[in-house]
Design a protein around this ligand. Structure first.
Ligand code: FES
Ligand code: FE
Length: 410
């Protein structure tokens, strides 16, 4: 990055991608999964940190652990199931068995290891991520034993997760509706930047806005009062609350009306009292990108998974609330309609990501200009940089943080 420009080669350089894995994905905090995906003791779910497969388990004591899904014998994958409940994983290759805390429990045909001082079970367990912390149910992990706390990593962006969970009657969300996976031929950073790019929706998503007859489209135009925000740490937001507050209609963020979701509204009124419930339902859920891979898009959670320098998977799931079956059903329907196999929203974005990538791969990679709104950006009351909804405040924030992390030696 140079001032307000970033060079196209950052999306194509293989060596840079390897350095990103080391400095961003295997050193810092990365979102892995949600507590609701392993509700019971001995539950597990298969996850990943970038290209690395990871098993998220809840052990017999109820603690959440992140294990590398890689056998220390010959490197096979010890868990092949998406999710389940087990106290032990047995490697399919030579049948070594590991507990769900990662310890090696036993060798198959153990006689061959008798009297061998190196066949020390304590040293031959699965790799265990040294740091696991969660916030509002979102579980993050780090491969580095030392570093800043999760609270420091999230900084001011933690407040967006508070805002998300308070839209649920019981103050918690669940990510239990299953995942849609989309593979795109693009570098992960094009997706990272796009999530809070408020400039493109008016053009790229105009068809779904008109077909779905949704008010959301008007929030992304030149006349919008929504804000883009840079929280620092690479975390960015499109804050649509100014628009929602102007409309003063509960559930505008969801594109519906209170009359159509009586069970949800009732549960919210009971939980918070009518006045507060109304305010929460007007403000809605956030549109926030937590660096480097957790994107909350009002009603969905997306996880960005880089596979290689030019290949990225997005995992998408509908957010679910306890005690709101009517809202949950519609969240799932809208998720299918926007990011499902026939969904328009993600298909439109993906076409853009893939074309961006081809542009970056051209013979003469160019400097890309990120200067939109530089002259009108300002600090908000909390000291975070904000701009017009269509301004490139988020991209500039991401690149500032990226440069800092990539240049840091430890
Ligand atoms: Fe796992 Fe041999 S590779 S037991
Ligand atoms: Fe988009």
């Amino acid at each position: 990055m140079q001032g307000n420009r970033v060079h196209g080669s950052v999306y194509t350089d293989e060596a840079l991608f390897q350095l990103e894995l080391e400095r961003i994905w295997y050193r810092g905090w990365v979102y892995v999964g949600h507590e609701s995906e392993v509700p019971n003791k001995n539950d597990f779910v298969m996850k990943s940190i970038g290209p690395q497969p990871v098993i998220m388990t809840r052990d017999n004591g109820g603690e959440i652990r992140l294990l590398q899904n890689r056998c220390p014998h010959r490197g096979n994958q010890v868990c092949l199931k998406e999710k389940g409940n087990t106290r032990a994983f047995t490697c399919p290759y030579h049948s070594w068995t590991f507990s769900n805390t990662g310890d090696l429990i036993g060798f198959a045909f153990p006689d061959g290891y008798r009297d061998n001082p190196d066949a020390d079970k304590k040293r031959l367990g699965l790799g265990v991520l040294p740091r696991v912390e969660s916030y509002q149910g979102f579980v993050f992990g780090s491969f580095a034993a030392e570093g800043i706390s999760l609270a420091e990593h999230l900084g001011g962006a933690a407040e967006t997760l508070d805002r998300l969970v308070q839209t649920s009657p019981d103050g918690k969300i669940e990510l239990t509706a299953g995942y849609l996976k989309h593979r795109a031929r693009t570098n992960w950073k094009f997706i990272l930047e796009n999530e809070c790019d408020g400039y493109h929706p008016a053009f790229v998503h105009s068809s779904i806005f008109s077909v779905a007859d949704s008010a959301i489209g008007t929030y992304y135009g030149d006349q919008s009062t929504a804000l883009t925000r840079d929280y620092g740490g690479g975390h960015t937001e499109v804050d649509l609350r100014p628009e929602f507050r102007k409309a003063d209609i509960p559930l505008r963020w969801f594109g519906t009306t209170a009359e159509r979701l009586p069970a949800y509204v009732e549960a919210m009124n009971t939980a918070y009292g009518k006045e507060k419930a109304r305010q929460i339902m007007i403000d809605g859920t956030p549109h926030v990108m937590i660096f480097p891979n957790l994107f909350i898009a009002e009603i969905q959670v997306f996880v960005i998974q880089p596979i290689s320098v030019n290949e990225t998977i997005q995992h998408a799931t509908a957010i679910q609330f306890k005690g709101a079956p009517d809202l949950n059903r519609r969240m799932r329907q809208q998720t299918m309609g926007s990011v499902g196999p026939a969904g328009l929203l993600l298909a439109d974005d993906t076409e853009m990501y893939e074309r961006n990538q081809r542009g970056a791969e051209s013979l003469t990679p160019a400097w890309l200009f990120l200067g939109r709104g530089e002259q009108r950006e300002r600090r908000d009351e909390n000291g975070y940089m904000v701009g017009h909804s269509t301004d490139e405040v988020p991209s500039r924030g991401i690149w500032r943080h990226y440069t800092q992390v990539m240049e840091a030696q430890s």
